[in-house]
Design a protein around this ligand. Structure first.
Ligand SMILES: Nc1ncnc2c1ncn2[C@@H]1O[C@H](COP(=O)(O)O)[C@@H](OP(=O)(O)O)[C@H]1O
Ligand SMILES: [Mg+2]
Ligand SMILES: [Mg+2]
Ligand SMILES: [Mg+2]
Length: 389
């Protein structure tokens, strides 16, 4: 009992593991307990927090510098800038680690005006505590250095060694619409997710604020909003207010126990092109759920169910060719599991992150509290098997 408790204390309840928790750390080492991944967690939290300073500034501006990628999905100057800032911090602390990140520098290489715009955002996005800013390695040296940094995220992934997965803005469509989005970072070791962090600038700070149909609709990115979710494998999940400098205090989060699945609130994508919204209606019907789904962009869905603000997250394939990307799920999967949930694909397999940049062997997502996951999965299978894609 003591070991997980102490580790949780060390990794989640400290704002600065290298200074203020010296006494806890000493106790841990005296008892020969390892405090695994506390530095990785600390740097990941700060890197995500700094990146949200940039994304918030773009969210609040009219010109979001949107481009269309080869798969026709959007990317903005916010995505490029956030990716550059996160990779710069990781390289400063963990130069040997590999990085799988969503965006690439190609479009900025071909457009110097856009490149300079992004570089301007990157130099402006600073944590309001100079020591902590320096701890992340300070700024990026110039626009060309920034392009190189963005392209450090081109690792092919796999099941060997330490690999970070970055989604600099998850839910770019939501970001453009004024809805929810998340800045997502996870560390995998030998294909297993060990650390996950989600920065959700448009979610309420309070874990107890219920989700409604309008959560995220016209989110205003107001002061006093925003939450950072985190988890370390085996050490539980936590949330804290998203700040601008020193990390705020964290507290543990848990899925809400669901005794009767018909009372559950389920979350799904806003975009019907990302998740089949007519299948979800059928599944809800089978489970006796009468509440309408809460539609929300990004991995904010994983964070929301992990803190008990919602109960289920269904992501139902819309076509048979789409393969999910590891950066869209790595952090959220760990946070939900560490909060007491179970996450599988629509066929009941655990999400497996060790196969490269995509989740090749998985189809969709079913995330639910452990005690009802089996029942939800059964309903998902019945509905999906009735009309194969
Ligand atoms: N056909 C599809 N099926 C499922 N997910 C898709 C998809 N096309 C794009 N996506 C992914 O859906 C993510 C957003 O998820 P959500 O709908 O839950 O907000 C996108 O992340 P980005 O916004 O980072 O590109 C993108 O990777
Ligand atoms: Mg994208
Ligand atoms: Mg994404
Ligand atoms: Mg993205």
């Amino acid at each position: 009992q003591l070991l997980p408790r102490l580790r949780l204390l060390v990794s989640h309840f400290t704002t600065h593991p290298f200074h203020s928790t010296a006494s806890v750390l000493t106790k841990a080492s005296a008892a020969n307990m390892s405090v695994e991944y506390s530095k990785e967690l600390h740097i990941a939290l700060l890197a995500v927090q700094r990146a949200t300073i940039l994304t918030k500034s773009v969210f609040n501006s009219h010109a979001k510098g949107t481009l269309s990628k080869s798969d026709t999905s959007p990317v903005t100057i916010g995505d490029f800038g956030a990716q550059a800032l996160i990779i710069a911090a990781l390289q400063h602390h963990f130069p040997e680690d590999e990085i799988v990140a969503e965006e690439e520098a190609k479009d900025l290489n071909e457009n110097s005006q856009l490149r300079d715009l992004v570089y301007g955002l990157v130099t402006d996005a600073k944590l309001d505590n100079e020591d902590i800013e320096q701890e992340l390695g300070g700024g990026i040296k110039g626009p060309d250095a920034m392009l190189d940094i963005i392209d450090k995220g081109r690792s092919l992934g796999g099941n060997k060694g330490r690999i970070w997965a970055i989604d600099p803005i998850d839910g770019t469509k939501g970001f453009l619409r004024g809805g929810q989005y998340a800045v997502c970072l996870a560390l995998m070791v030998d294909g297993d997710v060990k650390v996950g962090v989600l920065g959700c600038p448009n979610l309420p700070v309070s874990d107890s604020e219920p989700l409604t149909e309008n959560t995220g609709a016209n989110a205003t990115d107001a002061e006093g909003k925003g939450v950072l979710f985190s988890a370390v494998l085996g050490e539980g999940a936590a949330s804290r207010a998203l700040g601008k400098g020193k990390l705020e205090n964290a507290h543990p989060i848990h899925m809400k126990p669901v005794s009767n699945v018909s009372d559950a609130t389920f979350c799904e994508s806003v975009e019907s092109g990302h998740s089949n919204q007519s299948d979800s209606v059928q599944i809800a019907l089978k489970l006796g759920i009468t509440k309408p789904s809460v539609r929300m962009d990004s991995q904010a869905k994983y964070g929301s169910i992990a803190r008990g603000a919602g109960d289920l997250y269904l992501r139902l394939p819309v076509n048979k060719n789409y393969v999910e990307k590891i950066w869209d799920h790595a952090a959220g999967d760990l946070i939900v599991r560490e909060a007491g949930g179970e996450v599988t694909d629509t066929e009941g397999r655990r999400l497996y992150f060790g196969l490269g940049r995509t989740l090749k062997e998985n189809k969709g997502v079913v995330a639910a509290p452990k005690e009802v996951h089996g029942k939800v999965l059964q309903a998902v299978k019945e509905v999906l098997n009735a009309h194969p894609l």
